[in-house]
Design a binder for this molecule. Structure first.
Ligand code: ADP
Ligand code: ZN
Ligand code: ZN
Length: 722
């Protein structure tokens, strides 16, 4: 047999099939060791065939097969081909998505323990009490951990029984189970009528992709769990995707409770050994449910019965390193391959997704009410301009201070959310709410401190810094928001006896960093939780009756065409943490722009109103989903080399532009707004296109120009144009 092998070297020049002679025990999908260019490297068998296009007798032999079970199944092999073609990415790089990193280069091994197995009776002298006791114990138990057995009866006695043939020693595979200690009660609830009807509609629909649009607290999780339970009953497996690690332990706890060891978790916060074992449990079918963030979409499960993508609108579903895949695209490919449903869930679907559902491409289920008709929280909009004018220089409005005092008095919990993201900041007038915008693009300008100027990320225009507000003349301009630490400090001054927890990038390092903070808060070890985006999502804290959103409009002014959508999502998500149990919740939304339509829709919980407004705006301005923004990035440590490659890319793309001009709404090359990141100079060709028709051409004309020194990659509708 001949094996077609991709060697595990991620370089475009070696990214082709090499043929080797394969002995028995080599399968499609096997990881193998092969001789390559004078050394021995790992590779993957993509296909087996009879004979060879070359001289079979001259082919080299596969040296060894790494795993007993081929690491990749047929579906994964097909996906590798598709992903590699779609993103013009070397197959060796795509293959790496499918395996836990530790598996490469053999850095982790299976873990074994010794077990003793009962084999039969033996003659034991009357004086050997320990031997007799051990034997009768083993006769009962049949099998026991060797170390424990020695601990009980003594190593000598056990050794003697082995010598007599009464016991045999064997090796047994041990699985390192993450979150094993999380096992909790598993209340399988009776589904509400709304939940049942949604499930019925999903099952009956003939569409592959199903959008479950349900307000926060409408019981979407229960629907996912129920769909997964049905799938397991049919003997199939499931993939459950959640946006971020911060969420995973909570969700996983529920899954462990409900499905026991059938659930396996895959995420970067696990130890190498745990990840390796969980992955193999899925590969061998010991575990049937793969749960994890974005990368779990590559889980090695077979015969998939349902794929769930919770919080489908979340940014973290787009990969930020090559291949820059969209999780939804991969999940959809898998759903089509397996003939199963892909269920997208969100309280605030992305406008792209909702449009598809409205136009009938996706199935659409709506849950407009919370479980048991619990009320949505009451929203109070606090005008921060007025607070500043009144001389209030704390981060808190008087409304928020009053509500906080009342909440603490009642012994309830509060969440204070700080709306900050990334390093890019816009300029806002704290007295009138004016925001600096690009004259030609109508997106907010971003302040670049190194050059002390304002830039538009969509057209490259530069503006002088402002010293006073052009609208009202005030010098109270703000370039940065307030940090978590400062907020905690102010809170301590105002409420000296309150117990406060902080959750941000600084406090959540470590393997279970997020989980520890969330657990402490859930366990009522604190009264107030202060945090950034991480506190916004998915958490269910029944005692929280107040949410304060500081600077609700900060995210409105990120220089991103989606900043309105992002803000609506954030405000809705974080508000959804309030009043989830019996007591009605409140939300105080602080803003410098109280008339803003995005905040109005969010305050009224009007997703549809928001959607209609946003979609007509996108249509009028020709932004996605009515256009495609494509950025080709060229980066290198050597500025000259980067520029040279940019010119080549530009020249080739210009040909395309000239022959297909009617497809282009914008086409230009420039330095990236942030000129240099991690020692690499950055250039870009920025395009806005009417459709994605030219995408394959754009990839084909740019990505192959990557070299050892210069990286060329394509971003589609990038979330960040810095
Ligand atoms: P969502 O994911 O839509 O925000 P959750 O699934 O977290 O909502 O559910 C909100 C709350 O309602 C949770 O506390 C959950 O335990 C509870 N819940 C969900 N389904 C039911 C049900 N069928 N009966 C009773 N309580 C439920
Ligand atoms: Zn002003
Ligand atoms: Zn502009």
């Amino acid at each position: 047999m001949t094996a077609e092998v991709i060697v595990d070297i991620a370089h475009s020049e070696v990214d082709k099939i090499f043929e080797y002679r394969a002995a028995d025990g080599v399968f499609a999908g096997s990881r193998v060791r092969v001789p390559f260019g004078g050394r021995v490297v790992d590779g993957f068998v993509m296909r087996l065939k009879e004979g060879s296009d070359y001289d079979y007798s001259k082919l080299k032999d596969i040296l060894s097969v790494v795993d007993d079970v081929p690491a990749l199944n047929a579906e994964c092999l097909e996906l590798v081909e598709k992903i590699s073609a779609r993103y013009h990415c070397p197959k060796a790089l795509v293959l790496r998505l499918f395996l836990p990193g530790e598996m490469r280069k053999g850095r982790v091994r299976e873990l074994y323990k010794n077990v003793a197995v009962f084999k039969g009776e033996a003659e034991i002298s009357a004086r050997a009490k320990a031997q007799a006791a051990a034997l009768s114990f083993m006769k009962e138990a049949g099998r026991a951990d060797y170390t424990e057995l020695c601990g009980k009866f003594g190593r000598g006695a056990v050794a003697e029984l082995v010598k007599k043939g009464a016991l045999a020693l064997e090796k047994e595979r041990v699985n390192r189970l993450p979150y094993a200690k999380l096992a909790a009660e598993a209340p399988e609830r009776a589904l509400t009528a709304a939940q049942k009807s949604a499930i019925g509609k999903i099952r009956a629909s003939d569409k592959t992709v199903q959008l479950l649009h349900g307000v926060t607290g409408s019981g979407k999780t229960e629907i996912y769990l129920s769909l997964i339970a049905d799938t397991l009953r049919e003997g199939k497996s499931a993939i459950f995707l959640v946006p971020e690690i911060a969420l995973t332990p909570q969700m996983f706890k529920q899954l462990r409770a409900r499905f026991g060891e059938s659930a396996a978790i895959l995420h970067s916060g696990l130890s190498a050994g745990e990840r390796f074992d969980e992955w193999w449990r899925l590969r061998t079918g010991d575990a049937k449910i793969a749960i994890g963030a974005r990368s779990a979409v590559f889980a090695p499960v077979e015969n998939v019965g349902v794929i769930v993508m919770d919080e489908e609108h979340d940014q973290s579903y787009v990969s930020e390193s090559s291949p820059r895949y969209r999780t939804e695209e991969i999940a959809r490919l898998r759903a089509e391959y397996n003939g199963c449903k892909l269920v997208l869930g969100s309280a605030t679907p992305s406008v792209e997704t909702y449009l598809r559902a409205k136009e009938g491409e996706y199935g659409l289920m709506e849950l407009p009410e919370r479980i048991n008709a619990r009320p949505m929280p009451e929203m109070i909009i606090a005008d921060m301009r007025r607070e500043v004018r009144r001389g209030n220089n704390t981060p808190f409005s008087s409304a928020l201070r009053e509500e906080l005092a009342e909440c603490l008095e009642k012994g309830k919990q509060a969440i204070i959310f700080i709306n900050r993201r990334g390093f890019a900041q816009s300029v806002i007038c704290r007295e009138c709410g004016y925001v600096a915008k690009c004259e030609s693009c109508d997106v907010s300008l971003t302040y670049h401190s190194e050059e002390d100027c304002l830039k538009c990320h969509y057209c490259g225009a530069q503006y002088h810094m402002l010293s006073a507000c052009p609208e009202c003349g005030s010098v109270h301009l703000s370039y940065t928001g307030t940090g978590t630490q400062k907020v905690v400090g102010e809170l301590k001054k105002l409420y000296p006896s309150a117990r406060i927890l902080r959750m941000d990038n600084d406090t959540t390092s470590g393997k279970e960093g997020h989980y520890k903070i969330l657990k402490a808060f859930a366990g009522r070890e604190a009264d107030i939780l202060v945090g950034t985006q991480m506190v916004a999502k998915g958490h269910d804290f029944p005692a929280v009756t107040l949410v304060g959103i500081l600077d609700a409009d900060m995210s409105l002014h990120f220089s991103d065409y989606r900043s309105g959508e992002r803000t609506f999502q954030l405000v809705t998500q974080v508000s959804g943490r309030s009043g989830r149990a019996e007591e009605k919740g409140k939300v105080v939304l602080q803003t410098y722009d109280p008339e803003n339509y995005i905040l109005r829709f969010a305050a009224e919980n009007d997703y549809k109103g928001f959607f209609e407004h946003e979609i007509s705006l996108r249509k009028a301005t020709a932004f996605p989903p009515f256009a495609k923004i494509v950025r080709v990035m060229v980066t290198a440590e050597d500025d000259k080399r980067a520029l040279e490659t940019l010119r080549e890319v530009w020249f080739s793309l210009k040909e395309l532009y000239e022959s297909e001009q009617e497809e282009f709404l914008f086409f230009n090359k420039m330095r990236a707004p942030v000129k240099r990141i991690q020692n690499r100079y950055r250039y870009q060709v920025l395009m806005r296109l009417k459709s994605d028709k030219l995408l394959p051409e754009i990839y084909g004309r740019s990505v192959p120009r990557s070299s050892r020194e210069v990286l060329v990659y394509v971003e589609e509708d990038p979330g960040n144009l810095s």
